[in-house]
Design a binder for this molecule. Structure first.
Ligand code: C5P
Length: 292
């Protein structure tokens, strides 16, 4: 077998259409039920084969390229687990905002596990990658699954579901990050009324945008909106410009709107930057196809 010298992989961002916290666990994490969808927007990762040494480079200067970076940690864990003596140079072209609720770091870690498994010709089974993923974070397993999924436990138990939603998504990041730990710590057990996840799943399978919009839910939204009222303003503005539904993704601070029409989503992004200023990051995306 010849050694492949280089692999380039797409590292998708995700949004949560539904995130319901069920309660706090003894280990400090929270049990949840969440629906995550991969987007056709994300980062690019190049993995080049090297005889020895593992290095990471990134075009986003705010992101550490040492062991604090989940992508490098994933590479090291895979190498340790499989007794790898080869090396790799990992180049990360970052497009997804950081600490944004879009799963950027988790996606990078999952894609590095898959890419190096190929580049190093390890043939490590999915179960091994899943075990490494669960040991490093709660969302990495979802990105290994790669399709729309209901995720449970602390997020690491993934069950793919069919998604035929053809809507356009407008992502808006207000330029500040929200710590995932802070968001969970401030989740107050509000007397939440929540839609059932099965209602959302049915609407996704039927490409029913109104049904999906009515079933959007996020337990982490209320504490974040309380601290950062601009998030509510952004949601209201999305709706005023034609979004059928709007929600904060994951632990925020990105909010998204669902549009029947990509043109309207683009126009809304322009309006948001005009009304709120150029520090607003906006991006129109589509849902990546579900293989289920
Ligand atoms: O797993 P991850 O590193 O993404 O989580 C970051 C932090 O978010 C955890 O340390 C924890 O405080 C919180 N968290 C939680 N329950 C989850 C997922 C994350 O409390 N299900």
């Amino acid at each position: 077998m010849t050694t492949q010298a280089e692999l380039t992989v797409f590292s998708p961002a995700k949004i949560n259409l539904y995130l319901r916290i069920l309660g706090k666990r003894a280990d400090g994490y929270h049990d949840l039920e969440t629906v995550m969808l991969p987007l056709n927007f994300g980062d690019e990762i190049v993995c080049q084969w090297r005889a020895t040494g593992l290095t990471l480079e990134c075009d986003q200067p705010d992101l550490p390229t040492d062991d604090r970076n989940l992508a490098l940690r994933a590479a090291k864990r895979l190498a340790e687990r499989c007794g790898v003596t080869q090396g790799a140079r990992i180049i990360l072209r970052k497009r997804t905002p950081l600490a944004a609720g879009l799963g950027g770091g988790s996606s990078n870690a999952a894609m590095v596990l898959q890419a190096l498994n190929k580049l190093w010709q390890l043939d490590a089974p999915r179960a091994t990658l899943d075990e490494l993923a669960a040991g490093m974070g709660s969302d990495i397993n979802f990105f290994l699954t790669g399709t729309t999924a209901v995720c449970r436990g602390r997020g690491e138990q993934t069950a793919p579901i069919p998604c035929r939603l053809s809507a356009a998504v407008l992502l808006i990041n207000p330029g500040f990050g929200i710590s995932t730990k802070w968001a969970y710590d401030n989740w107050a057990k509000l007397t939440e009324t929540h839609p059932a996840v099965t209602v959302l799943a049915r609407a996704l399978a039927a490409d029913d945008l109104n049904g999906v919009s009515d079933a959007l839910f996020n337990s982490l939204e209320a504490p974040s909106v309380g601290k950062f009222p601009v998030l509510q303003l952004l949601k209201d503005t999305l709706r005023a410009h034609g979004a059928r539904g709007a929600l904060m993704s994951g632990s925020g601070a990105t909010v998204f709107g669902l549009f029947a029409d990509a043109g309207k989503a683009e126009t809304c992004g322009v309006e948001i930057r005009r009304e709120f200023g150029p520090s607003m990051w906006t991006q129109v995306a589509k849902f990546a196809e579900s293989a289920v």
